[in-house]
Design a protein around this ligand. Sequence first.
Ligand SMILES: Cc1ncc(COP(=O)(O)O)c(C=O)c1O
Length: 395
Amino acid sequence: MKLHVVTSHNVDNLLSDNVITLPPSGIREFFDIVYNTPDCISLGVGEPDFVTPWRISDAGIYAIKDGNTHYTSNKGLQELRQHIAAIISKKHNVLYDPETQILVTIGVSEGLDIALRSIINPGDEVIYFEPCYVSYSATIKLAYGKAVAIPTHCEDGFAIDINQLQKTITHKTKAIMLNYPANPTGASIDKQTLEAIASLAIHHNLIVIADEIYDEITYNGNHFSIISIPGMPERTIYLNGFSKAYAMTGWRLGYACGSESIISAMNKIHQYTALCAPSIAQYAAIEAITHGQRDVATMRSHYVKRRNFITSRLQEIGLECYPPRGAFYAFPSIAKTGLSSREFAVRLLKSHKVAVVPGTAFGSCYDNHIRCSYATSIEQLKEAMDRIADFVNTL
Ligand SMILES: Cc1ncc(COP(=O)(O)O)c(C=O)c1O
């Protein structure tokens, strides 16, 4: 029988305009080149090089062995939600009701998507700060919102300018999105700035979406969350997850906390589109949250050494770099090379086999930056930095 080849013929003009006009992720497009380059050192991917700590994986394996392979409650396992409530009250002094104010999601990715879809009416504006995680503007647009970016700058330590935020708020603004510590800069937001954002949010009756996925990977002191500010737990959709802190990216598990009305709206979308987060991952997450703190601390101590190494080496090479306060990314300036970020990344990859991500993937203003992930071994980092030094010298 003749094999039927599937083409896009006749259906390519039936796609949603909203999807057609969405640009492809600057990261994925670039990594198609990386996968075809043997012996390449990748400083590109945004995930821990560590495998999931064994005790956590073991709990997942036991879940399978014990037959815990069914759907869970839409909201997630009650025991997991109770542990999430306990850890947040300990860290941030805020008590969420595990029955009504916590939703277990398929990574922070799903949390972001359903948070936006549950609050946006078409045309509502959502303010976020660039450079930022590649999904922000896309998820806002997919929810039929208007993505309003405010740039931040390396010379100001990527700090948020409150006056500019105030001027950007309009009667159409529905929410402000924050990510701290941040991908791709490693910058965080200090308490004073968070208080100023909180008072604007309260004054203008806005929601804050706080993506705090890197909170456990904080180097200078403790992470301070906007939910610790009075009046904010009610109007904040707090997002966190297991991907980064516990090296569990492939397990696809996160959670959202907020007021009952917002969480129940999010759960409405979640129950129709996802049903529940993966059951096996939820059992593993219970182990992570109850016994994984030492593993988190060990990984953090490795990230600190790598951060110190990469920032001082980039400085030596002459690529000015903001010292990251958290996460596992450095976002050095390549301005002195005179190359665009894409040219820099492609030429570095082709001639010296090191993959970095062009700054424009994180916002159009960042053509004089690249993102280097240091979630890779110190040996690999040393080799990568030597190759980058050699590349810069040849320019
Ligand atoms: C800032 C930020 N938010 C969310 C995510 C997605 O995380 P998850 O694996 O929990 O979906 C990432 C992944 O890189 C990220 O950097």
